[in-house]
Design a protein around this ligand. Sequence first.
Ligand SMILES: Cc1cc2nc3c(=O)[nH]c(=O)nc-3n(C[C@H](O)[C@H](O)[C@H](O)COP(=O)(O)OP(=O)(O)OC[C@H]3O[C@@H](n4cnc5c(N)ncnc54)[C@H](O)[C@@H]3O)c2cc1C
Length: 350
Amino acid sequence: MEDRADAQMPFAQRPIVILGAGIIGCAAARQLLRSGFSVVLVAEYLPGDQNVQYASAWAGAAWHAAGGITPDHRYIQAVTHRIMLRMAQDGPETGVSVVNAREYLEQEPASDSAIWGKTVVSKFRQMKPGEYPAQFNCAWAYETLVTDPTIHMPYLGKQIRSLGGRFVRQRIDSLQELYNMFPESRVFINASGWGSKNLADVKDENCFPERGQNVLLATDNCNTMHFRNGQEYTYVIPRPLSKAVVLGGVKQQGNVSPEIDLSIAQDEIARAHRLAPDIVPEHPAAHTISHIVGIRPSRKGGFRLDSERKGDRIVVSAYGFGGGGYAFSYGIADAVVKMVETAERDHVIC
Ligand SMILES: Cc1cc2nc3c(=O)[nH]c(=O)nc-3n(C[C@H](O)[C@H](O)[C@H](O)COP(=O)(O)OP(=O)(O)OC[C@H]3O[C@@H](n4cnc5c(N)ncnc54)[C@H](O)[C@@H]3O)c2cc1C
């Protein structure tokens, strides 16, 4: 390995540099700080910001088991559930809550469906015919976790600062720019969401923006999630700490418009009313409604999670989480810490 004149800083103080301060970058920062690493996050948008490009400010954000994923990725979701359940127990300041869930299926679940999530959630049971609308093949009831991003992201920002982490607000055009900013650092984490499409030395063509638009309905009836995949992708996600439910959903590939499309909002209200009429009125009063627009950082082929050597640096990539960044977040952070430990071990034990 190259001896660098600038690598005079003690090993323990060389910052691990994270590009991106969404849920992925921040969850990784928190876990690294808790493991004793020094951490700097560089990002255009930081916890508390509300730009449409900053997906983490706008998520539902429910823990829902993803279908069609590998056993390793299932375990990442399970770790996330474990860490977030502890946060829910820690209190409302974390923004994480335990809620009831009802999931409706049009067909018999495939073997690689979300059914694996029953090993992770609590109180899972198959609902009996008559307990759910006859148009569905089957339905599941269980308890899951929801995160209120308006509380969780500022909470996480505060936690990172109190653990000694540092935020630098800056837009960068390449990872090289980061290397120049932190010449003493050896480990860099790319958690830039779909920003990786445009970074000059990443240019990941698989990344693409996927617009989401939701209706936020103010209501006291906010303790049960309703979820329907398949023909009518629709959800009602409770946000008990804000006394509201999130009605969705829609996925618009390649669309980055911040403008609210009222026809989408009306369609979402109609679908949510059909799914959960006891929560969502057919015609909610105008003063109970507001709108959410956010761009999901999606990636063809799924998210990227790997560690690469670039000269005498290690770059860990963790981006492209689409509509599941919260459900994977803390498990990804756990995996990132392990990759950073391996990288640092190689740097120290020559
Ligand atoms: C409407 C909606 C509903 C959703 N519902 C759910 C849900 O129910 N459950 C769930 O798990 N997920 C949900 N998601 C998805 C979730 O929000 C995302 O997967 C998650 O927020 C992605 O986090 P991230 O940190 O990867 O990206 P982001 O939050 O987009 O953060 C990217 C970070 O990188 C920075 N960055 C990028 N490029 C650069 C650059 N060149 N220079 C400097 N900084 C840069 C940005 O400023 C930002 O800090 C939803 C998303 C939307 C929009």
